[in-house]
Design a protein around this ligand. Sequence first.
Ligand code: GDP
Length: 210
Amino acid sequence: MSAEFTTDQIDAGRRLFGGPSLFMLGVAKLEQLPEVKGVEIAFAGRSNVGKSSLINALTGVKDLARASNTPGRTRELNFFNIADRLTLVDMPGYGYAKASKKEVKQWQAVLRGYLRGRPGLTRAFVLIDSRHGVLDADRETFELLNESAVAFQLVLTKTDKIKPAELDKVKAETEAEAKKQAAAFPLIHATSSDKGWGLPELRARIADLL
Ligand code: GDP
């Protein structure tokens, strides 16, 4: 267990995600946004960063975030109800090479509209592939979050794919990137959905927001 969290916090995280997690709806247009109900958190990241895997691993529901990976759903904001206590929003993966400029513009407008007009949105978690570190596409997202005054935190994914020394290095580099961002928390979460590493701590962090 990480020294950062108390047993109580870890327990609170486990209890939160031990309840039922359900897919609510996918939103492609701002008009379709559901009413804000309590605390909302959002997950963002480049396509293939491991976002679906992380959402599935956090909730313990194997195919929960699959909907967001099926064609047609990938450009939607997908809303999940976590134990009736939290709304988790899976934002469309960015940096997808095959997307046209028009498509990119369209969903950026939806993202902007969502981020700017969402008082319940308590924190965004931006996922960073630990093998690549922060890339320009991520910095564009940081900018969008800064502009929208949405507090965000960075989460390293797939840490089982790199060596411990490399993880230390990417963690330090990612922390330095976060420190440059007005709306970012400098604390980095390191995770592996495959191994379950860092998940109790991330659940605890999220439960702390309630
Ligand atoms: P998304 O596009 O961000 O939703 O990414 P996915 O969750 O679909 O993951 C993309 C690829 O990375 C898949 O092949 C996953 O199996 C793999 N992956 C995701 N998380 C991990 C992880 O923690 N460890 C490893 N080794 N592979 C992972």
